[in-house]
Design a protein. Structure first.
Length: 337
């Protein structure tokens, strides 16, 4: 009897425990839990998240960055952190974002948003931060002076055998570097190669001087037909000749170049190349049209632009564009008086 009563008591306690669990999650193995990171419910897997944090956390349709927390399907910076393009950071102490986003201290430390360099280091601006100018190949001797493929010793770039120091570039192998072939700054171009300090171009490209490098004279709009022949704006190079799109005409451009223009609307080439409507008129259907309804567009003399004048009152164009009032005469009602 005592054994039976003990068994009944044990069963009763188990039932009460199950009922208590049911109030939270049900008696079938599903559990609920809550904590500082939000609440989750699971039945073999996570169903929903109130809030979570950390890089890579999926939040709605986006992925949170470093230092962001997902709150109600939106990524937010935690308290005390600043929003930067790459995440949330403490700009008071983060040496990679000291005093602002991406303001690096380099080899230094960050306190109260100010970089502190170690002894023997110098604070350089930009992405350099603290650097030892005696040994740093990215800031050798002075901030920002790169040694390229070389090393920095006592503030001077030391190049590998066969390399030379090129201004702004550091060490370069002039025997094989297509951007510094044979000498600093001699560019073989995107299609060229450098061997023994000499540029070589693949067919049908041609080696053009002045740092241009290898170009195809049949298709290159900057060197069309010959090195340095620039086709100008809105043009293409076809079979070594500058070509305009349909509806445009090739006209001489500023500085001796060429440009494709629409003669029906271009105020500097209205109707034909070189016809300038001047500042007071626009080009409509290939004709200079004055902005003021009472004015008439009169052609300029020589290379001078056209002018818009009131033929009723203009001394230079009285009655007609070709009539100028002589001497002290004035134009009234289109007649010299």
């Amino acid at each position: 009897m005592a054994r039976h009563n003990a068994l009944g008591l044990s069963t009763l306690l188990a039932l009460m425990t199950c009922l208590a669990s049911l109030a939270l999650s049900g008696c079938g193995g599903t559990t609920k839990s809550s904590g500082a990171g939000g609440s989750t419910s699971s039945s073999g897997g996570v169903v929903s998240t109130g809030s979570s944090s950390g890089s890579g956390v999926t939040c709605g349709n986006v992925t949170c960055l470093v230092g962001e927390t997902c709150v109600n399907n939106a990524c937010e910076c935690s308290a005390g952190l600043i929003t930067c393009p790459t995440g949330c950071f403490d700009t008071a102490t983060d040496p990679a974002h000291c005093g602002g986003c991406d303001k690096t201290c380099g080899q230094g430390t960050c306190a109260a948003g100010v970089c502190t360099c170690a002894a023997g280091q110098t604070q350089c601006n930009g992405a350099v931060g603290c650097a030892d100018l005696m040994t740093d190949p990215m800031s050798c001797g002075v901030c920002g002076r790169t040694c390229g493929t070389g090393t920095c010793t006592a503030g001077e770039c030391v190049c590998p055998t066969g390399d030379i120091v090129c201004p702004g570039l550091g060490c370069a192998s002039v025997a094989t570097d297509p951007a510094n072939c044979g000498m600093c700054g001699r560019n073989c171009g995107a299609a060229g190669a450098c061997a023994a300090g000499v540029c070589s171009c693949p067919a049908p490209a041609t080696q053009c001087p002045g740092g241009v490098g290898c170009v195809d004279l049949q298709t290159d709009a900057q060197s069309c037909g010959m090195c340095g022949h620039n086709c100008g704006p809105n043009t293409t190079c076809v079979a070594g000749a500058c070509t305009c799109a349909a509806g445009d005409t090739m006209c001489p451009g500023a500085g001796g170049g060429e440009a494709c223009v629409d003669l029906t609307t271009d105020a500097a080439n209205c109707g034909k190349c070189g016809t300038n409507c001047g500042f007071a008129a626009t080009c409509v259907a290939g004709a200079c049209t004055c902005n003021a309804a009472a004015d008439t567009s009169c052609p300029g003399v020589g290379a001078a632009p056209a002018t818009c004048d009131n033929l009723m009152t203009s001394k230079e164009h009285c009655g007609t564009c070709a009539t100028a009032c002589p001497g002290a005469m004035v134009c009234m009602a289109g007649k010299c008086m």
